[in-house]
Design a protein around this ligand. Structure first.
Ligand code: CTP
Ligand code: CA
Length: 228
């Protein structure tokens, strides 16, 4: 219902959304990744389109169908996702970082399949930090309205506030992935939204609580807080 009442509210706006996991290669047959399904980011893309926006969806490897009427750019790893974001940013009005970007990648990707060393009890992989995509967006001279996501298993408010400040976000959507039936892979989700009072950035965050509902309905409800 939220989307219908705001039909056309994003007309003339370009919304760029990252979604899904990233996949960081270890060797030609293996990778590091996470449980992100991409459902929330894809739901946001459809909801933004329904509000009249032009939508660019930059998606990590997920099995979801492309929502009609949006531009989808497929990427695999965090560095590729950053390049796709940079290419989409120049005329972007709203940036939504919904992707679960891998925090680290392999320092060196093996050219050939790694072989098990018989009798070796442990294997060490050397990881280096990936670029923080959303922080690079807000670092630009004229940043778009920037929205982050925080999936946490504890201390939701503290971590959300920390990310809001550290990444200079306009809004953060936090969810408790430890809640049964919600979050990663599920069809339903709940969220708490935080922002800072512009004139008093040190003051505790203001929050809106969105009760559990289908991700598509949650996406429409979240977008209402991004309307210009
Ligand atoms: N994000 C990003 N690039 C990264 C890591 C995160 O753009 N390399 C974005 C996510 O898309 C999300 C927000 O930052 O919108 C928060 O992601 P999260 O993983 O919770 O933040 P981190 O700073 O990586 O903190 P943590 O140690 O909890 O993983
Ligand atoms: Ca992270």
């Amino acid at each position: 219902a939220g989307g219908e009442t705001h039909a056309g509210a994003l007309a003339g706006h370009h919304v760029v959304i990252t979604a899904g996991p990233t996949r960081e290669a270890i060797d030609p047959v293996r990778y590091l990744s996470n449980h992100s399904s991409g459902k929330m980011g894809f739901a946001l893309a459809s909801a933004a389109r329904d509000m009249g926006a032009r939508v660019t969806l930059i998606a990590g490897p997920v099995t979801l169908a492309t929502p009609e009427g949006i531009t989808r750019i497929n990427v695999i790893c965090a560095v590729e996702m950053l390049e796709a974001v940079n290419a989409a940013l120049p005329d972007c009005d709203i940036f939504i970082g919904c992707a679960a970007v891998a925090d680290y990648r392999l320092a060196d990707i093996a050219e050939h399949k790694l072989k098990k060393v018989p009798g070796s009890a442990a294997l060490t992989l050397n990881l280096i930090e990936n670029p923080d995509i959303i922080a690079s967006v807000t670092d630009r001279e004229c940043p778009p309205f920037t929205v982050g996501f925080a999936a946490e298993t504890r201390e939701l408010a503290r971590h959300a506030h920390d990310k809001l400040v550290r990444k200079r976000l306009d809004l953060i959507v936090a969810n408790d992935v430890a809640a049964p039936g919600l979050g990663f892979g599920a069809d339903d989700n709940a969220a708490v939204l935080y922002h800072l009072e512009p004139d008093q950035p040190e003051v505790p965050v203001t929050s809106h609580t969105l009760s559990p509902r289908a991700k598509q309905d949650l996406a429409s409800a979240i977008l209402v807080y991004m309307l210009p």
